[in-house]
Design a protein around this ligand. Sequence first.
Ligand code: 3SL
Length: 245
Amino acid sequence: MEKEKIRNLEVCFSPANFPFYQNKEESIIVIVDILRATTAICTAFEHKVAKIIPVATLEETYKYKNSGFLIAGERDGKVIEGADFGNSPYNFMGNAVKNKTIVITTTNGTQAVEMAKNCLDIVIGSFLNLNALCEMLIKQNKDVLILCAGWKNRFNLEDSIFAGAVAEKLNNEANYSLNCDSAMASVDLWQIAKNNILDYIEKSSHRHRLKKLGLDDVLEYCFTPNITKTIPVFKENYFVEISKL
Ligand code: 3SL
């Protein structure tokens, strides 16, 4: 007999739609920006960063810089002036990040975090921590809302297929029902893409944006599953590894 599906999994394809989701306070919010912000954040925690402070505005970022913090960030893919790091996951490796606190601002990823900031449970998802994330969500047994950062409030393929990967797993392996059309659409997209993600993602507009800027060296890395078991979780005003809570 099939297990009763008692938890809901919803997918929000754009931060612009986030205010319309009613069940935010009861849900774990998974923020996703596969190219490249949430992949970079997961990389930083795999490389033992202490904290990541996400901020929405450049003004706030430079305030932190003036107080002596390391800052990372981009706008439209380009590294912001005066930054210690850009937003390539390769920047967030080794001694550059180990035991450090880094302030990050990005075009879409940290804006999505900003929208969700008042919610109780916020975590970061990427292909890098896919299985660990799903295992944690199943263990928590709460409703889940996946917030895709998209591109300037528009839909994007890479975040949506990742949402589909999580939705499919939670639906198949646990008691999650997919009652919203966007969750079902994300699973359909994932099923089309999953056997050859890199070919599929050739269509993605941000993939082309990164190529034009010469920043697409991270493409394969961003779609590599399960490089890390770390799960960045939001506390007060920063992300920390879940085991440090
Ligand atoms: O928009 C974002 O948050 C970034 O991930 C975009 S970029 O890939 O760094 O250009």
